[in-house]
Design a protein around this ligand. Structure first.
Ligand code: ZN
Ligand code: ZN
Length: 274
């Protein structure tokens, strides 16, 4: 399994996930043409996607999702709340339609098993996701004000974790946002700060985790190097020299391997012996 973040942050979110011949798009927060261009640039035909998963109905996550899904005949998958609040209800009756995802209930999409998890955010029914194949697990959680214990446990068991690191608390406090917006961002239904991400990294990360990708960074209240430094200090505190930090900017990332290096190495050994 591998992933490629196409775009991350308030100007748009979309991530490609690949497991063997199965490809899914997580969020469609760019215009439909841009989404299609990025998917093709990654070597995948848009109509070959197994689904477009939606985390929640905010525009930076759903902007081109409906138009893209209709144009290429790909089904949308999200919570009932996202379906209603995002205006996707009519698509439920169409083909390929909108499939309802429920927290804690795994969905089979080709070679992937996807488990949605409820998270607190100022949206109708937002979700984080854990993607599994028999050999690897990928956790993805952005747009959440705090990390519920059970979601933290699900992420902690993953080989690669994409986690929100939205703002630096001091930059948010001293920055240009109007006070009500500052309060919303910092609230339990807002966004995780660099400190929140660092706390998870220092205290929860499982032994099999080899990469943490910091995502949904604010362009106003954060800086990629600040987010990276905070996460790397957390790794040092936890004594973890075996974990790599990646930072997803608005331009995304390259392909990132989810499979544990040990498994990749074991396969290489096998080929050598053979
Ligand atoms: Zn967002
Ligand atoms: Zn949001």
């Amino acid at each position: 399994m591998r992933l490629r973040i196409i775009a991350s942050g308030s100007s748009g979110n979309a991530t490609l996930i690949e497991a063997g011949a199965t490809h899914v798009l997580l969020d469609g927060g760019l215009g439909p043409r841009r989404l299609a261009g990025h998917v093709r640039a990654a070597g995948i035909e848009p109509d070959a996607l197994a689904a477009v998963l939606l985390s929640h109905e905010h525009i930076d996550h759903v902007k081109g999702a409906a138009a893209f899904a209709k144009r290429f005949g790909v089904k949308l998958v999200g919570s009932r709340g996202t379906c209603m609040a995002g205006g996707f209800a009519a698509m439920e009756r169409e083909r390929p339609g909108f499939a309802i995802a429920r927290s804690g209930e795994p969905i089979a999409l080709g070679q992937l098993s996807v488990t949605p998890w409820s998270i607190p955010h100022d949206a109708a029914e937002p979700l984080a996701f854990v993607f599994r194949t028999p050999e690897a697990a990928l956790g993805y959680a952005t747009d959440l004000g705090r990390l519920p214990d059970e979601v933290g446990a699900a992420l902690a068991a993953c080989d690669l974790v994409v986690l929100e690191s939205n703002h630096d608390v001091a930059m948010l406090r001293d920055g240009p946002y109007p006070w009500p917006l500052k309060e919303r961002v910092a609230s339990a239904h807002g966004h995780l700060s660099n400190g929140d991400a660092a706390h998870f990294i220092a205290t929860r990360l499982g032994p099999q985790c080899h990469t943490v990708v910091l995502a949904h960074l604010s362009e106003t209240n954060n800086h990629p190097e600040l987010a990276r430094m905070s996460a790397e200090q957390a790794l040092t505190r936890a004594g973890r020299k075996d974990v790599r930090i990646e930072v997803a900017t608005r331009h995304g990332t390259g392909w990132l391997d989810v499979r544990p290096p040990r498994a990749a190495q074991a396969q290489a050994e096998q080929y050598r012996l053979w």
